[in-house]
Ligand binder design. Structure first.
Ligand SMILES: Cc1cc2nc3c(=O)[nH]c(=O)nc-3n(C[C@H](O)[C@H](O)[C@H](O)COP(=O)(O)OP(=O)(O)OC[C@H]3O[C@@H](n4cnc5c(N)ncnc54)[C@H](O)[C@@H]3O)c2cc1C
Length: 326
């Protein structure tokens, strides 16, 4: 049975950050920037849709591996937990290169038919990568195309969130996958991407008091260092916080639509539930079934972790994210 973690994870609160920022040095040991921020309105009339959705969390991290099952090659790309959007583009690159570099996979060329199971972020990014590399016969099979976890996620760039592993080789791989993904999203946010010009924004991300190793790993290469600031909410409350000014925010439902629009006419979409890999005629299968992988390959490491989202109504445009741990 799927385990439900009843943790209210109001992933972030959209905050209206005025551009008013100034420096005080009065009695402070060192200068610290003060940023004025309008807190979100949380009265009932400002609360919109309340959404429950489920992360495909896999103990030890996502499964990205290739194996032979029922005389077919199955490449796994699932179990990305609370970081599926952050890892998605890089993870798709990685599993496709795994397929291409496995010597035992004979006769792989751009005309080889390939089936992807799953039409969430991982399935669509994998299809995008295959199409981008010139594969001509890509099919996506999924029993659901709408209202998936992937449509409902936050989503902020946070690639290693919740992944507990001591395996340094795997940690290095996750870092590289996160790096590829962050470059992909930065290209969209700066309108430099050749295909996607919307759906991703660079904006400040505030944390309670500590820097996050998730983002710190990319500081100096792709991100600017975190800053300590005092946030002044304008209502008598101030709070010491840490901010990454060039963090990434992904509009997940928009990005899902953009990916699907791009793939229309290039990929064959089939709506069907798969209960065994032997039901698929193609000899190469990429398993992006998210939580569905639990039944498909009896993966006991995969668990469902519930998340709650509350959308805000009648609000100014989002221009900052705030992490609010409980
Ligand atoms: C509240 C919340 C907040 C989140 N915030 C963030 C965030 O800030 N940053 C971030 O990076 N990530 C975040 N995530 C995580 C992210 O949303 C997920 O990791 C990601 O969406 C998983 O994508 P997926 O494609 O693996 O799964 P899904 O979106 O669940 O898609 C699975 C697909 O597989 C299909 N399928 C499954 N089984 C079968 C079968 N047997 N036959 C046919 N089709 C099948 C389904 O129909 C579906 O199409 C958040 C998640 C939640 C719930």
């Amino acid at each position: 049975m799927l385990k439900h973690c009843h943790r209210i994870f109001l992933i972030f609160l959209a905050l209206c950050l005025t551009q008013l920022a100034f420096i005080v040095s009065a009695d402070e040991p060192s200068e610290i920037e003060i940023r004025k921020m309008t807190p979100p309105k949380l009265s009932e009339s400002n609360l919109g849709q309340k959404i429950l959705c489920y992360r495909p969390v896999r103990k030890g991290g996502p499964k990205m591996a290739i194996e032979s099952i029922d005389s077919k090659w199955v490449v796994h790309n699932y179990g990305h937990g609370g970081g599926g959007w952050s890892l998605g583009p890089g993870s798709a690159n990685y599993v496709v290169s795994l397929l291409e570099n496995t010597k035992e996979v004979h006769h792989l060329d751009k005309n080889t038919p390939i089936t992807i199971i799953g039409a969430g972020a991982l399935g669509l990014f994998t299809a995008y990568t295959l199409v981008d590399k010139g594969y001509q016969h890509v099919t996506i099979i999924a029993d659901k195309y709408e209202n998936l976890t992937s449509h409902n996620a936050g989503a902020i760039f946070s690639p290693a969130v919740g992944i507990k592993t001591e395996d340094q080789v795997f940690k290095d791989l996750l870092f590289k996958i996160g790096f590829d993904s962050l470059k992909f999203y930065q290209a969209i946010a700066s309108r430099q991407h050749p295909i996607f010009l919307d759906g991703v924004t660079q904006m400040p991300q505030y944390f309670q008091t500590q820097k996050t190793p998730d983002l710190d790993a990319y500081v100096g290469q792709l991100l600017s260092p975190a800053k300590n600031v005092i946030v002044d909410f304008g209502n008598g409350t101030t709070q010491a916080m840490v901010v990454y000014d060039d963090a990434i925010f992904i509009d997940t439902s928009k990005m899902m639509q953009l990916l699907k629009n791009h793939l229309k006419g290039k990929v064959n979409f089939v709506k069907r539930k798969v209960t065994s890999f032997s039901q698929i005629k193609d000899n190469i299968i990429i398993n992006c079934a998210g939580l569905g992988a639990k039944d498909l390959i009896a993966d006991e490491e995969l668990i469902s972790v519930q998340g709650h989202l509350i959308l805000l109504k009648s609000h100014a445009a989002i221009n900052a994210c705030r992490f609010h741990p409980r």
